[in-house]
Design a protein around this ligand. Structure first.
Ligand code: TXA
Ligand code: MG
Length: 325
């Protein structure tokens, strides 16, 4: 993008944070690490700054953003949560959970963050660097995943640089994200929790605190019927063949557990020891690596991933990446 900003890599130090805050206060765009994925942050109170997020990502203007704050009290001042929402906040914040509820009239959040919805999505991230940035900034940061719209979420500063150099002001480099999958998104209907997107907090963990959680069959689609339901997300250029027992001729192989990698010239393993946590942390980076090695063509065969715990969210992202496009 000619004429775009120089994208600065900022160190995870007081100086790097101070520089990030200065740029954010000027309406700039700064990518920063959370424990889930890197977010592309802007001052959530600044309409023009938030418009820049949509422009930099090429994001459809109908797809609302998550607002990040430093603690639950700040979140409660933005949205009107039902009792079970407050229970979830107390149990899982800071952490990989996003709560969606009606926005308060005096929240002071730029309406463009909501893209027309009456509700606002809010999250308190757990990554220390994200919290340091939020505290130093002293206000809410709107932040979608820091990738071009439709691409795989970034789990390292290098991933962000590859896609957004020249489009954003800086990347606060905090290394690799610990969880590696986006946050779980929870909404409410008549006070009862509904799962809008599986993610870093497992459904089992939610249910242990909240009782039954209804799953709405969320398929992200470019022509959404409701916010939170948008297509061809998390999509590499290569095709994906899921639940594969072994690679076919010419396919790349993405394994899980000590299964066969034989027969494939290009193979990676999500977790040799079969750990869903390790697999989640590796998923997006491995998809990027295989896609690059395949030059964005051909097929990646993916081993079956058990569906419980974090496996639910891993399978959700794989299904989206494999969806016809
Ligand atoms: O882990 C994460 O959630 C990361 C980090 C940076 O926080 N963020 C992230 O943002 O994944 P994004 O924009 O890539 O995905 C957020 C999803 C979108 O599908 C959006 O449609 C949905 O949240 N969403 C945002 N506001 C909503 C609302 N008011 N109602 C329903 N869905 C909403
Ligand atoms: Mg995203």
């Amino acid at each position: 993008m000619s004429g775009g900003p120089n994208t600065i890599r900022l160190s995870p130090t007081d100086r790097g944070i101070r520089a990030s805050v200065a740029l954010l206060r000027q309406g700039g765009l700064i990518a920063f690490p959370t424990e889930t994925v890197y977010g592309l942050g802007a001052d959530a109170r600044d309409e023009r700054a938030v418009a820049g997020i949509y422009r930099a990502k090429g994001r459809p203007s109908r797809n609302p953003l998550i607002v990040h704050v430093a603690d639950a009290a700040a979140a409660f001042a933005l949205i009107d949560l039902p009792e079970k929402g407050i229970m979830a906040a107390k149990a899982f914040w800071p952490g990989p959970l996003t709560l969606v509820a009606p926005v308060r009239e005096d929240a002071g959040i730029a309406p463009i963050c909501r893209a027309g919805a009456a509700t606002l999505a809010v999250r308190v991230p757990a990554a220390p660097l994200a919290l340091d940035l939020l505290r130093a900034f002293g206000g809410p940061l709107a932040a979608p995943s820091a990738n071009l719209s439709g691409q795989v979420s970034p789990t390292s500063a290098d991933h962000v640089m590859e896609e957004l150099t020249g489009r954003i002001d800086g990347v606060l480099d905090g290394g690799d994200c610990a969880v590696g999958l986006e946050s779980t998104i929870l909404g409410f209907e008549e006070g009862e929790p509904v799962l809008l997107r599986p993610g870093g907090v497992t459904v089992e963990a939610l249910q242990a605190v909240l009782g039954p959680v209804r799953a709405v069959g969320v398929v992200e689609d470019e022509t959404p019927t409701a916010p939170g339901q948008m297509t061809s997300h998390y999509a590499p250029g290569a095709m994906l063949r899921l639940d594969a027992m072994e690679p076919r001729l010419g396919e790349a192989w993405l394994g899980f557990g000590p299964g066969p990698a034989r027969g494939s010239a290009i193979s990676l393993n999500l977790s040799l020891r079969g750990s869903p946590e390790e697999a989640a942390a590796n998923l997006f980076a491995h998809l990027r690596t295989l896609d690059t090695l395949l030059d964005g063509k051909g097929t990646i065969a993916v081993a079956p991933i058990p569906a419980d715990g974090l496996g639910h969210a891993i399978n959700d992202r794989l299904a989206r990446a494999a969806a016809p496009r």
